[in-house]
Design a protein around this ligand. Structure first.
Ligand SMILES: Cc1cc2nc3c(=O)[nH]c(=O)nc-3n(C[C@H](O)[C@H](O)[C@H](O)COP(=O)(O)O)c2cc1C
Length: 427
């Protein structure tokens, strides 16, 4: 694992240029986004880049950062800078975490292995998504000794929830992230207009198809009276082939079996549960000693409730503006949540981190760490694991430089005094 200083990363790029090498990924957000769009199919781009509704919340996530300025200080000897942070009794070399992102096979064949390897090379925790394309046992085993977390979507089957937690623990996960904001899928016009949901094609359900309890549910479904089967058309055949390709085991034996289709049907039925309440958290609390974080917290009262219910951390996130449109910009929600929990549990942040300065602002407003999502997906789409690594390395380099240029030496001691509020223009 190597985290180079910002200057080293910068120099490596310039030195490479002198030898005729182009950087692996564009260094700025707009150019990275544009390059990534070129690499993706329209359906993949819609799924990854899109938000819910009219994408007000996606814009609010960016606008919330625009409301702050960093106020640099001078002559403070910033020649040595420390990016490390403490979380759950461990020291991590940087404040960055790779956010759980589902269906990465949509953007590159390296998929989850790509980001797991990229994160591992930088000492960054990799959070395996519940909707991963590759089972957690494989991604964790491919990156031994690296920090691994598991993100859970709370299924309507408690047995499946318990099984996923057991598997994550057995594979060496160091924390469980429960995502609360996606108990129903948000209204996503870009995907709806293409009538495309990857899961309905058997993509992004590897955690399920590798799970013994899920397999049991699939076989129970196979034994139940048959529902009507769709008329066979070229589109239906294509979908069935997609499902078959994504099901574990040999393609030819899967082709003869109904299991791939039944797995998709079972997944669509058990994916989530909108009836959850705070009392349900006891079920997971009783099943693991690992730190549990709640992802999707935006209201200070929910943060207080998380503490009262024995949770170990909260992640202030609105899922990158993919769930409730017109929801508050995530950074706008951060200060009140930080106030509400004080130093009882760590507050992590995501939704809108695009640059090193964004990391600095989130930390200055009280976040212990930040989760990076779309930026690494774009790197992955451009150049697989190497692209995801380059994006994360660039972000860390820019953060290190921002820290020094702002006159600070330590990521963990940033505070609001590093910032000034900019007057919000309402249009
Ligand atoms: C394509 C895509 C898939 C995602 N899949 C998941 C997921 O499986 N589980 C989860 O908790 N969050 C998921 N998220 C949300 C991210 O973890 C994170 O909250 C979000 O990307 C932050 O917003 P940003 O990437 O715009 O900064 C997904 C986000 C995107 C863009």
């Amino acid at each position: 694992m190597t985290v180079s200083s910002g200057r080293e990363t910068q120099s490596a790029i310039y030195r490479g240029g002198a030898l005729g090498h182009s950087p692996v990924v564009p260094a700025g957000w707009a150019t990275l986004e544009a390059a990534a769009e070129h690499t993706m199919t329209p359906a993949a781009w819609a799924y990854v880049a899109g938000g819910s509704g009219s994408e007000h919340t996606m814009r609010a996530n960016a606008a919330a950062f625009d409301a702050w300025h960093i106020v640099p200080r001078m002559l403070r000897d910033v020649s040595r800078r420390d990016l490390s942070i403490q979380l759950f009794g461990k020291t991590y070399p940087t404040p960055v975490i790779a956010a759980p992102i589902g269906v990465l096979e949509l953007v590159h064949k390296d998929a989850d292995l790509g980001i797991a390897r990229a994160a591992s090379r930088l000492g960054i925790p990799y959070v395996a998504s519940n909707q991963a394309s590759i089972a957690l046992e494989e991604t964790f085993a491919a990156t031994p000794g690296s920090p691994h977390w598991f993100q859970l979507y709370w299924s309507s089957s408690d047995d499946l929830v318990a099984s996923l937690i057991r598997r994550a623990e057995a594979a060496g996960a160091e924390a469980i992230v429960i995502t609360l904001d996606t108990h129903m899928l948000g209204w996503r016009p870009r995907d709806l207009d293409l009538a495309y949901l990857p899961f309905a094609h058997g993509l992004g359900i590897a955690q399920y198809t590798h799970d013994p309890i899920f397999q049991r549910l699939v076989h129970e479904r196979a034994a139940a009276p048959k529902s009507s089967t769709p008329r066979v058309t070229p589109a239906v055949i294509r979908t069935l082939l997609d499902m078959t390709r994504h099901y574990p085991g040999s393609f030819w034996s899967n082709l003869r079996s109904a299991d791939p289709r039944l797995a998709v049907d079972t997944f669509l039925e058990v994916f989530s549960r909108s009836s959850l309440t705070w009392n349900n958290l006891r079920f997971v609390r009783e099943r693991t000693k690992l730190p549990i974080l709640l992802k999707g917290i935006q209201h200070p009262d929910d943060a207080r409730l998380a503490v009262e219910h024995g949770m170990d951390g909260v992640i202030v996130s609105n899922h990158g503006g993919r769930q409730l449109d017109r929801a508050i910009g995530s950074l706008d929600a951060l200060p009140a949540v930080v106030d509400a929990v004080g130093d009882r549990i760590p507050v992590l942040f995501d939704s809108g981190i695009r640059s090193g300065s964004d990391i600095l602002i989130a930390l200055a407003l009280g976040a212990t760490s930040v989760l990076v999502g779309r930026p690494y997906v774009y790197g992955l789409s451009i150049a697989g694991a190497a692209g995801a690594e380059a994006v994360l390395r660039n972000l860390l380099a820019e953060f290190d430089l921002a820290l020094g240029l702002a006159g600070h030496t330590s990521a963990s001691s940033l505070g609001p005094d590093a910032l000034a509020v900019r007057r919000r223009e309402h249009s």
